[in-house]
Design a protein around this ligand. Structure first.
Ligand code: GLU
Length: 483
């Protein structure tokens, strides 16, 4: 049978998008798109206590920014809606009741007090003792008629084992006696997550279920549910953990102390959505030819499940930064200006910044947009600096020749008719030639005096040009006064 590939991204609206969730979404999208299939968005909001205002918007916005367009979902509709779990509330109970009728599930009337006591007695790790599993039918009918609150539990097989295939982790077998008679329907009529996801995935015709490996231990229970209903089991694709590098060189599960862990925080740190997408695609998936730079379309062409690795992936911020620099340099100057403008404004709040010049010096050097204000802060305000900055071996400068160069160049620049790149360039280079000095011996002190700091984006000429005549000369004179 030639079945259409259908994957779903099923986030719980928590208010942020962890990079692990984003990777899940991306892989679901790529698995579908690489096979001409459909990518579905389903919001899993049944844990009403954890609901966060605006959280669903974060999901839409993130998917939109990275370009993961869903074919079906709460906002765009589709054949198998509703696509919000809380709006499906009434769909689950009949399925649970069907299993009860078929003897594969049962009503459990145990009170909270009884369960608490049981828990106390057994300590951690003890499961439900199956007290209600074999209640006589009359007893069940009586309690139901009395309106005693109940949950519905799955009857796990007491013997044998359950085996399932995972596309990444291979064949996995667990002993059935290890599996608890899990709750399918809660006393409030809501399904548990473990039940709802199976019903939803089946009724939405999902063919590939992609999720983090923290769900691997629940997969046998899901498998038994599919079997209990006689439904086809989807292809399971569990993804490895994402780790972070600790200072001592060890790795542990990625958390805030390693750096930004959510898409929003990465954006706030000056990364571009394309760079994050490209990098995250490679966190656990290896293309056949080790290619690194991928557009989303390119990923959709190359992606295949057999390239997913089960070994934990380490989130490397330096590598992400490298990708980001590549993407920044790949932009047109106009695109870069649009991205950089908010950051330019931080350094040039009041004045119209010399945007095109800033683009010219910054685009080749910036690797994260948030570096910009710091890189260009000196244009706005000359930092305090020590005169020792004028000493540089490679440029052959010392305090004496720096003083002389500043004296001479101030005079020459004062007389310069046109304050532009070529004018400043010719003036300084000619001076170096006439004096028999290396260009660097002239440029170094001029740049230091103009910027007041060692490392600058752009050289002396660009900096003078951006500062303008008046401010440049003021700074050069201040530098000279230090000497
Ligand atoms: N709502 C679950 C989560 O956000 C989804 C897990 C799954 O993909 O089944 O973790």
């Amino acid at each position: 049978m030639n079945m259409e590939v259908r994957t779903r991204y099923a986030p719980s609206p928590t208010g942020f998008m962890h990079v692990g969730n984003l990777r899940t979404a991306l892989y679901e999208y790529l698995i579908a798109k690489s096979q001409g299939g459909k990518f579905i968005l389903r919001i899993e909001d049944t844990d009403q206590e954890r609901l966060v205002d605006g959280a669903v918007e974060v999901i839409y916005r993130t998917l939109d920014m990275v370009g993961l367009k869903h074919d079906e979902g709460p906002d765009v509709g589709g054949e198998y809606g509703p696509y919000v779990q809380s709006q499906r509330k009434d769909m689950y109970k009949p399925y649970a009741e069907q299993l009860v009728k078929e003897g594969k599930a049962y009503y459990c009337f145990c009170t909270k007090e009884r369960l608490d006591a049981l828990h106390q007695e057994q300590g951690v790790g003890g499961g439900y003792d199956r007290h209600c599993r074999d209640l006589p039918q009359e007893e069940v009918d009586r309690l139901l008629a009395q309106g005693v609150p109940y949950v519905i539990r799955q009857k796990m097989p007491l013997e044998g084992s359950t085996t399932f295939q995972d596309a990444v982790y291979g064949e996995i077998t667990v002993e059935n006696k290890e599996l608890e008679d899990q709750i399918l329907l809660k006393a409030d009529g809501y399904p548990t997550y473990n039940f709802a996801n199976v019903i939803d995935d089946h009724s939405m015709h999902i063919t590939h279920v992609v999720r983090g490996c923290e769900y691997l231990s629940s997969a046998p229970k899901y498998n038994l549910l599919y079997e209990a209903f006689g439904w086809e089991v989807p292809t399971y694709v569990h993804l490895p953990l994402i780790m972070g590098k600790n200072e001592d060189g060890s790795v542990s599960k990625l958390s805030k102390r390693h750096g930004a862990t959510s898409f929003e925080d990465l954006m706030a740190d000056g990364y571009l959505p394309e760079a994050v997408t490209n990098y995250i695609a490679l966190l656990g998936w290896c293309p056949k030819d080790n290619q690194e730079m991928f557009t989303l379309e390119g990923l959709a062409e190359s992606f295949s499940i057999d390239g997913i690795s089960k070994s934990p992936a380490v989130f490397d911020y330096d590598k992400l930064t490298w990708f980001n620099g590549e993407y920044i340099r790949g932009k047109s100057p106009e695109e870069f200006l649009q991205l950089a403008k908010p950051y330019f404004r931080q350094a040039f709040p009041d004045t119209e910044a010399p945007y095109p010049k800033l683009v010219e010096i910054l685009q080749p050097r910036v690797t994260r947009l948030t570096q910009i204000p710091e890189m260009i802060g000196f244009f706005q305000k000359l930092p305090g600096y020590e005169k020792e900055l004028f000493i540089n071996k490679k440029s052959k400068t010392n305090l004496e020749n720096s003083k002389e160069v500043l004296e001479d160049t101030i005079a020459l620049l004062e007389a310069l008719p046109n304050w532009n790149h070529d004018g400043i360039h010719d003036c300084l280079i000619q001076y170096a030639q006439e004096k028999g000095l290396k260009n660097g011996t002239v440029m170094w002190p001029v740049r230091i005096a103009a910027a007041g700091q060692l490392v600058t984006p752009g050289g002396a000429i660009e900096i003078l040009e951006i500062l303008g005549r008046e401010e440049s000369l003021r700074r050069l004179r201040l530098g000279l006064a230090k000497l």
